[in-house]
Design a protein around this ligand. Structure first.
Ligand code: NGF
Length: 294
């Protein structure tokens, strides 16, 4: 699936004060990604979309809006994974009918599933959904740590085409790249884009690309053309930005910046139990916006 390579924003979702999806805001964020960040694709329904706080119908609503707004202008990958496997399959079929380019599924979490259970989860999803699947590995949040043998078994499943790799284990990344040349590997940590591209990943998927997409593309291209000094310079600046954002509250700050960028007069709320941005955080978010993005 060469066509899936590239830089993807993990789509942020704005909510209204009552917790419902702010459709107008969401459409504006999608347009911003396409028209101004020149992103290759969107990863819809990931951590950045606060997906694991949502009900099934709300997830469907977001998948529909994203497809309706983006049409075929960019690639769309839907994260349909859930510890409720029947929901994952239903959502997988739903987005496949909407003509999403691929699906992705987080490893099942909460209960400490063993390697066979994780394998059977992907087997069942891929047997029931007629679309290519990208494994979503994010051990920091799920507690599911997979080794090379686990990936080897999973990559033999016919519809699995790659992994979104959100981990700082660069030894494992190097081993995966060397061993599985045909699989797509997407880097998940935006602050580690330089070492990821140096390890020949096929693309990257991240939250900060929603607002810092242009610099991130420059990092990607500079490493690819062996200009490590330039790549590091931009990564250094990018990481000043990312650490400021992380210190101030990741999704709250990114959504504040997006609200400014798309000129929405309605606040982009987070989904409870995620905290809402405070006045103090807003001020710091404004400073970050002025310093790094505007
Ligand atoms: O937000 C997290 C949590 N990770 C994202 C990304 O790997 C996953 C990453 O971009 C994601 O965005 C999604 O599934 O929607 C970070 O936000 C970024 O590198 C700052 O640390 O780890």
């Amino acid at each position: 699936r060469e066509d899936l390579k590239g830089l993807y924003s993990a789509l942020l979702v704005p909510f209204n004060e009552d917790g419902s999806v702010n459709e107008e805001g969401l459409r504006k964020i999608i347009r911003h990604n396409i028209d101004r960040m020149n992103i290759d694709g969107l990863y819809v329904g990931g951590s950045s979309g606060e997906n694991f706080l949502l009900g099934k119908e709300e997830k469907k609503q977001i998948f529909e809006i994203a497809k309706d707004e983006a049409k075929d202008q960019i690639k769309l990958i839907a994260q349909i994974g859930s510890s409720n496997i029947y929901e994952a399959i239903e959502l997988g079929k739903f987005v496949t009918d909407l003509a999403y380019d691929a699906i992705s599924a987080v490893t099942p979490f909460y209960y400490r599933f063993n390697a066979d259970e994780v394998y059977n989860y992907y087997k069942e999803i891929t047997e029931n959904v007629e679309n290519d699947l990208i494994i979503y590995s994010i051990p920091l949040l799920t507690g599911v740590d997979m080794g090379i043998k686990d990936f080897e078994r999973l990559f033999k499943l016919p519809r699995i085409v790659g992994v979104k790799y959100t981990s700082a284990d660069f030894y494992l990344l190097e081993r995966l790249r060397k061993t599985f040349k045909q699989q797509l590997i997407f880097s998940g940590f935006d602050e580690m884009l330089v070492p990821a591209v140096a390890n020949n990943v096929d693309g990257a998927i991240g939250s900060t690309y929603n607002v810092n997409g242009i610099r991130s593309r420059q990092i990607f291209d500079a490493v690819k053309s062996n200009d490590l000094q330039k790549a590091l310079e931009i990564q250094n600046l990018t990481n000043d930005f990312i650490s400021a954002v992380l210190n101030n509250g990741l999704y709250q700050t990114l959504k504040y910046i997006l609200q400014r960028e798309v000129k929405s007069d309605k606040q982009f709320y987070s989904r409870k139990p995620m905290a809402q941005i405070t006045e103090e955080q807003k001020q710091e978010a404004e400073n970050i916006y002025q310093k790094f993005i505007k």
